[in-house]
Write a protein that binds this ligand. Structure first.
Ligand code: SF4
Length: 303
């Protein structure tokens, strides 16, 4: 038993919410192609894609990615430029480079397999605590809590009815875990947060509403944003992220001269465009030389 579930504030509510979630599991289940898969690589790819992209936008690119690269080794062997092209539409392409780097680490240190230990998962490029726990739980059925923004919101509302610091949220997530079927339980919590306990919650239809403290006790929303688990994303339109995306999309068509790229982004102020291009070069996503630019690893002279 963890310290959190011995606190009087939570002693009654944790077992009741746990039972309600177990009962609601089947009704909460979303039809997503990676759920229930016994393929750690496919699960890892889905979790990296879901880090900063909504579920609906991930399904298509995930299918294409695991079809093209069904194993860490096949991904590690591929040129980074091809991996980046397959990432198109997901945004945040540093994740694609990290996944490619992680695949190489798996080939070098783990016989081409996704490691199962949390500390080995955490040592992979681009894998933080959420992703490591998600892979350990969903792919390897280990008894670890999976805590993302949505789960943090559920815990703040249903269990605490007050804002939670991230360490408190992790303690509650750990204390809430059942002894068996942990992967299905973690999935149910994610599903609840994604479908009912959203920023604007659908409490009238929520399957655990009778055991939700905020619903029963009232008061201000204890998780109006992200329950201290993550920061909300900045607006996309007009952002540096959008301009970087346009540069990556242009280079996805093939190597080109800097002048040609400049023409395609003629509406972007020159200093800003050059600074963002330099950032992509520093991040290892774009290569340059002889007045030409290309996705990283691609032959700059190819037309
Ligand atoms: S009743 Fe409302 S606030 Fe409580 S867990 Fe369900 S959706 Fe969230």
């Amino acid at each position: 038993m963890s310290g959190v579930d011995r606190e009087p504030e939570f002693t009654a509510s944790i077992p009741a919410l746990r039972r309600a979630l177990v009962r609601a599991r089947a009704a909460l289940g979303r039809d997503l192609p990676w759920i229930g898969l016994d393929d750690p690589w496919a699960v890892l790819v889905s979790e990296v894609m879901l880090q900063q992209t909504s579920t609906a936008r991930v399904v298509g690119p995930w299918r294409r990615f695991v079809a093209a690269y069904p194993t860490p080794e096949s991904c590690a062997r591929a040129p980074l430029a091809d991996v980046l092209r397959l990432w198109r539409g997901l945004g945040y392409p540093r994740r694609a480079k990290s996944l490619h780097d992680a695949a190489r680490v798996m080939v070098e240190r783990h016989d081409g397999e996704v490691p199962s230990a949390c500390e080995d998962l955490l040592a992979l490029p681009g894998v933080g605590p959420y992703t490591a726990h998600a892979v350990a739980s969903f792919a390897f059925h280990q008894r670890v809590a999976v805590l993302d923004t949505n789960v943090g919101r559920v815990l703040a509302r249903a269990l605490a009815n007050r804002p939670l610091r991230s360490r408190e949220a992790q303690g509650l997530a750990d204390a809430l875990l059942p002894r068996r079927d942990v992967a299905a339980f973690n999935q149910a919590l994610l599903d609840l947060g994604a479908q009912y306990c959203t920023a604007t919650p659908r409490c009238d239809h929520c399957p655990v509403r009778r055991h939700c403290r905020w619903r029963c006790e009232g008061g201000d929303d204890p998780a109006p944003r992200s329950a201290a688990v993550s920061r909300p994303q900045a607006p996309f339109r007009g952002s540096d992220r959008q301009v970087r995306g346009r540069i990556m999309a242009a280079l996805g068509e093939g190597p080109m001269s800097r002048a040609s790229l400049a023409r395609q982004l003629s509406d972007v102020e020159v200093t800003r465009r050059d600074a963002l291009l330099a950032e992509l070069v520093r991040d290892g996503l774009v290569g340059e030389g002889g007045g030409r630019v290309a996705l990283s690893g691609e032959d700059l002279t190819r037309y």
